[in-house]
Design a protein around this ligand. Structure first.
Ligand code: BGC
Length: 372
């Protein structure tokens, strides 16, 4: 073999042996190269060898993996979001390993520990409970894994990033809508469980807007309660028992569409005519249908598609050790966490077609529209 031929593989003969085992093309060219004399052919051969070296080293690298722990399915959105995330990550060449805890907080911690030992570079957590995360996040860090809190913050844990919406803003949008339409009267605030930090933020936003009206004596909060779960049945029971006891209600600030649905069920069963402002969140099919039917007044539309996609892009960048930019900061009790907080949109009967439908979030055929 000519000296030139030997130089093709840059690191000598041992290297050449490895290459032969990886690719039949390479072995073919080693054989052929013995007979090559002309320098033009030799330079083609060098180019080909270089190409093979690159291909082989790419093929030899393990695929990048991201872990995603999904805590629960407490709203329609959770049946879609993991898929949006996976599609984006896959398109960027990264594999996603999912674990689903179905509302069991201990199981979620166990599953996350399993993910930490499965070769992932980045871990996303959508927590069913925001508590008890510190040791697990520290364990992830020791394994060189960065942790992103997704939609709900992990309380007091040193997470690296937070991807969510402007959660206090959601509460403010709900309350502002209510006072714009019913500036006086008795208000009920139906919040989600306190195990979800967002529940507290939604209610804080609502109370911030209501406070001046309360101070003036125009609005009276007759009930403000965090329910045990995000299930409609809890809202149903709460509103039903309230209706048994009392007074006229001007507005029910339900934190999401499921809770609004429970409240509506209780009002329907009480069978009295009612003219109450009822808020929601998530723009679920059920929520949007209630808006069209005139039972729910508004919902807050959050583009979960954008959130999942943004989070996937960032997670992939982190996995590839590329720099990322986070515009916001949220303090979770232990430190300021760089955050991306997307804006939300108020939707009622007047703009449902221009927002959730136009965006393709819900197809017009999924809803029953009044006949003209
Ligand atoms: C989310 C809401 C959702 C609720 C129940 C909250 O943390 O912010 O969008 O409706 O959980 O899943």
């Amino acid at each position: 073999m000519a000296k030139d031929d030997l130089q093709c593989p840059p690191h000598g003969k041992g290297w050449g042996r490895t290459a032969v085992t990886f690719t039949p093309y390479f072995s073919f060219y080693i054989e052929t190269s013995k007979t090559l004399k002309n320098s033009n052919m030799n330079s083609k051969l060098k180019t080909l060898c270089l190409f093979l070296v690159i291909s082989i080293s790419i093929a030899a690298q393990p695929a990048l993996k991201i872990g995603f722990s999904v805590g629960d399915f407490s709203s329609d959105r959770w049946s879609q979001e993991p898929k949006f995330f996976e599609d984006e990550a896959k398109a960027l060449g990264v594999e996603v390993l999912f674990e689903y805890a179905y509302g069991d907080a201990d199981k979620q911690l166990e599953q996350v520990r399993k993910l930490i030992h499965s070769g992932i570079k980045v871990l996303l957590v959508f927590p069913t409970s925001t508590d008890n995360w510190t040791p697990v996040v520290e364990e992830a860090h020791k394994a060189g894994i960065q942790v992103i809190a997704y939609e709900r913050m992990l309380k007091n844990a040193p997470v690296d990033y937070f991807f969510s919406f402007q959660n206090e803003g959601v509460g403010r949008q709900q309350a502002q809508y209510a006072v714009d339409h019913r500036p006086k009267g008795n208000y009920i605030l139906l919040g989600g469980p306190t195990s979800d930090l967002n529940s507290l933020l939604f209610m804080k936003g609502q109370k911030d807007v209501l406070q001046p009206y309360i101070d003036k004596g125009d609005i009276n909060i007759v009930l403000a309660k965090h329910l045990n779960t995000w299930n409609a049945i809890d809202a149903f029971t709460e509103v039903q028992s309230y209706l048994n006891s009392t007074t006229q209600i001007a507005a029910i600030l339900a934190a999401n569409d499921d809770l609004a649905g429970g409240a509506i069920m209780a009002l329907d069963m009480a069978s009295t005519e009612y003219n109450i402002i009822i808020t929601g969140q998530d723009a679920t099919v059920g929520g949007c249908q209630s808006i069209i039917d005139g039972k729910q007044s508004m919902t807050v539309y959050k583009s979960i598609y954008s959130l999942a996609k943004e989070a996937a892009r960032t997670a992939v960048k982190l996995a590839k050790e590329e720099p990322i930019i986070a515009m916001d900061v949220v303090n979770n009790g232990v430190k300021d966490i760089p955050a991306v907080l997307l804006k939300t949109v108020v939707v009622d009967k007047s703009n449902i077609k221009e927002t959730v439908i136009a965006d393709g979030f819900i197809k017009a055929e999924q809803l029953n529209w009044p006949e003209k």
